[in-house]
Ligand binder design. Structure first.
Ligand code: NAD
Ligand code: ZN
Length: 357
């Protein structure tokens, strides 16, 4: 048994309004004449948050287009643009949801690694540390703020740049930034955390480290989506910590069936991560009976729409593609179903599951 020796984020600041400390926090990381790049979710273009970004000298704000989840081509384009304009930069600060944070991590890495980000999709392929990078979530749930990966869609696969160089040097957890997220989006991203917890807690990779964080994250998700009758600032505080703890839980375990199946949807249909997980979770009674029951309750209680019938008109070839992507996620299946997972999750069984979605 080899125990994972994992790299964590460097610094963490948490609290309502802590975004106001950003200028002071990044000051020691400014290098002579080299700008800080603020990669800001395009949702905030023209919104008051932009006025609060501590821009100095030749610092630059780039609005991240997250209409689609991050692609390797977009990462390469952003990194090239920065290299052409500045040679190098002091750092990359990602302000937004999981997509923007992943882009920031990947662009930081690509400032110092040759070739295309697609070359580094996999485990421990990144050769050199990136430039200084900070993550500031404006949605809670993905755990991207603490993880050692950045999920990218490349020419041949949807896979992260998993490496010890990937975690942020700094994260700024300010629940005020999530205050105005629309209820559906907040739910889909929040459920990413809930589903991480269920998959981790019901998985075979579980140990006490994962369990401790997973149990806390699950409790916080329940307070927010099961017990609370209306959304308030406490909910924002709690969900942000749930995301953090959920991410820490995954550091020592793995996600499971919902994620493995949802990756196939996202690869073929471009279905977004949060909503895709929800679409799949809705049909996983066989694997996570308690979790799915509670999930359905939360959907109803929070008045959320979960799309149905998204695989209705797909061809055999389409199903094959989704199944190939999904079954390629070996560690997820092994965590969910054990070493003999291939005997349990046959292609026929997976096809039948996709047909239900
Ligand atoms: P997202 O970042 O894709 O954003 C979803 C939508 O919400 C976008 O339209 C965005 O503009 C908008 N948005 C962001 N903040 C907002 C706010 N405060 N108010 C209103 N709208 C806002 O959503 P997400 O669910 O946070 O992230 C999903 C992404 O995270 C996927 O690309 C997924 O692959 C990735 N992910 C990464 C990890 C990891 O460990 N690196 C883990 C899970 C998911
Ligand atoms: Zn997830």
């Amino acid at each position: 048994m080899k125990f994972r020796n994992f790299k964590m984020v460097g610094y963490v600041v948490y609290g309502r309004g802590c975004f106001g400390q950003l200028d002071e926090i990044i000051a020691p990381h400014r290098k002579d004449g080299k700008p800080m790049i603020f990669l800001v979710d395009h949702f905030f273009n023209g919104k008051p948050l932009v006025e609060r970004v501590p821009v100095r000298g030749n610092d630059t704000i780039i609005f991240a287009d997250v209409t689609y989840e991050p692609k390797t081509t977009y990462v390469d384009q952003l990194a090239q643009q920065l290299k052409d304009e500045f040679g190098t930069v002091s750092g990359v600060i990602g302000i937004g949801g999981g997509s923007t944070m992943d882009l920031a991590k990947a662009v930081s890495l690509m400032m110092n690694n040759p070739g295309s980000s697609a070359d580094y999709q996999g485990w421990d392929l990144v050769k050199f540390p990136g430039v200084y990078k900070a993550g500031i979530p404006t949605l809670s749930g993905t755990g991207a703020e603490v993880s050692r990966t950045t999920v990218l869609t490349g020419p041949t696969k949807k896979l992260g740049m998993n490496s010890d160089f990937t975690p942020f040097d700094q994260i700024v957890l300010d629940p005020e930034l999530t205050a105005n997220a629309p209820a559906n989006q907040r739910f889909y991203t929040g459920m990413d955390c809930y589903i991480h917890c269920i998959e981790s807690l019901e998985g075979t990779y579980l140990n006490e480290f994962s369990k401790s964080y997973g149990a806390k994250a699950l409790e916080l998700c329940r307070e927010v989506f099961v017990k609370s009758n209306e959304w308030n600032s406490d909910c924002d505080d709690k969900l942000m910590m749930a995301s953090y703890a959920g991410g820490m839980s995954i550091a020592y375990s793995q996600v499971g069936v919902a994620h493995a199946v949802s990756y196939g949807l996202s690869y073929l249909l471009g279905t977004k991560h949060g909503i895709g997980n929800c679409i799949v979770m809705d049909h996983l009674e066989e694997y996570y009976p308690e979790g799915v029951k509670e999930f359905k309750y939360m959907v109803e209680k929070n008045n959320i729409d979960i799309p149905k019938g998204i695989c209705k008109n797909l061809s055999d070839g389409d199903f094959e593609k989704m199944m190939n992507v999904s079954l390629g996620m070996k560690p997820l299946w092994e965590n969910a179903l054990g070493k003999d997972w291939e005997k349990i999750m046959t292609r026929e069984k997976l096809r039948a599951l996709y047909e239900k979605l």
